[in-house]
Design a protein around this ligand. Sequence first.
Ligand code: HBI
Length: 96
Amino acid sequence: MGVSKLDRSEAEQRLAKLDDWEFSRDGDAIKREFKFDDFVAAWGFMSRVAILAEKQDHHPEWSNVYNTVEIELTTHDADGLSERDFTLAGDIDALR
Ligand code: HBI
């Protein structure tokens, strides 16, 4: 089933419910930075996010440098933000 792109106001409403995420890519994505005590803690977090992503069939674009993980979410099939991005972001916030 296709995923429809949210318009700016729909995305803003959903962004307001998340923790510390911000728009990126001119509003076509959302991103957040996470800091951990050390690399192993960061890696453990990434492992848990990977399981969420696989379950939701929705995958992050992310980077890790030592204890820092940056996650950016967008829906390739919608060329922008969809419900899937905000669902996954909310579930990632719940891991913290
Ligand atoms: N992840 N972020 C993101 N965006 C997608 O469009 C997407 C995905 N993971 C899997 C997926 N789409 C599949 O539905 C398609 O590759 C078929």
